[in-house]
Design a protein around this ligand. Structure first.
Ligand SMILES: [Zn+2]
Length: 240
């Protein structure tokens, strides 16, 4: 079983974007206990393993530094942060954010540099977190170019992976991201399959990984069935 897990904030807020620090610790402990290795995206996607999980954090929330980093360091596992570069030092109230979205404080560059120094990969999530379906090819290029340049200027490393903001993509966005990055992730709720397109990789949202049972049995037939059903319900409702 291979899967990419999506997190946003690691904190105790009562929000779909939050995963509690205690549960995060439990999840990493359970993966270790059932010998499911936490891998980098490179390892997971380049056919080096048939068994593993990658951890991804979208947006760049400050709680990743405060609450995820100590656990990641303790467990000595890799992770990837998809950073919205225009929100660094600010909050997540970018123009396309729905009005009822909870407000989160974002990472500053000292914290991002500390994450990078620990071996956490800083990846691209555009500069302003737009809905890419609304943008022209040139605007999408500019969003990616700006984010990548800022990350390279600060860290000396270009992002290798990309997360579509809100999981929304278009033909143009997919074609640009495929040219620029080694892989791009969506919000499609699914384990990885051998026939996945590298520019449209599915992930498991940690929102669905909150029960102790599913955390301990992520690779069980029942978990596959549960997440498959949730995915189907989401697509019926029209959300990704
Ligand atoms: Zn996002």
């Amino acid at each position: 079983m291979r899967a990419i897990i999506t997190f946003h904030g690691i904190d105790n807020k009562d929000s779909v974007l939050s995963y509690s620090p205690a549960l995060f610790e439990t999840l990493l402990g359970s993966l270790e206990a059932c010998r499911l290795p936490v891998c980098s995206l490179d390892t997971l996607l380049e056919g080096k393993t048939e068994h593993g999980v990658a951890l991804t954090f979208d947006d760049g929330m400050q709680s990743v530094f405060r609450h995820a980093l100590p656990v990641i360091r303790d467990h000595r596992v890799p992770a990837h942060v998809f950073l919205t570069t225009g929100a660094v030092c600010g909050d997540n109230q970018w123009p396309t954010q729905p009005n009822d979205a909870p407000c989160y404080k974002m990472l500053n560059w000292d914290e991002i540099e500390a994450l990078h120094a620990t071996g956490i990969y800083i990846e691209s999530h555009t500069h302003t977190h737009p809905d890419l379906r609304q943008l022209s090819e040139m605007q999408i290029q500019e969003e990616c170019e700006k984010a990548d340049t800022i990350i390279e200027e600060h860290l000396g490393r270009l992002p290798r992976y990309f997360a579509y903001p809100y999981g929304y993509t278009s033909e143009a966005a997919q074609s640009i991201s495929t040219q620029r990055y080694a892989g791009s992730v969506t919000t499609k709720l699914c384990y990885l399959n051998s026939n996945d397109e590298i520019g449209l990789l599915p992930r498991l949202d940690s929102y669905y990984l909150k029960s102790p049972w599913i955390i301990r049995n992520l690779d069980s037939a029942l978990s596959h069935l549960y997440l498959g059903t949730r995915s189907l319900l989401r697509s019926v409702r029209g959300s990704q």
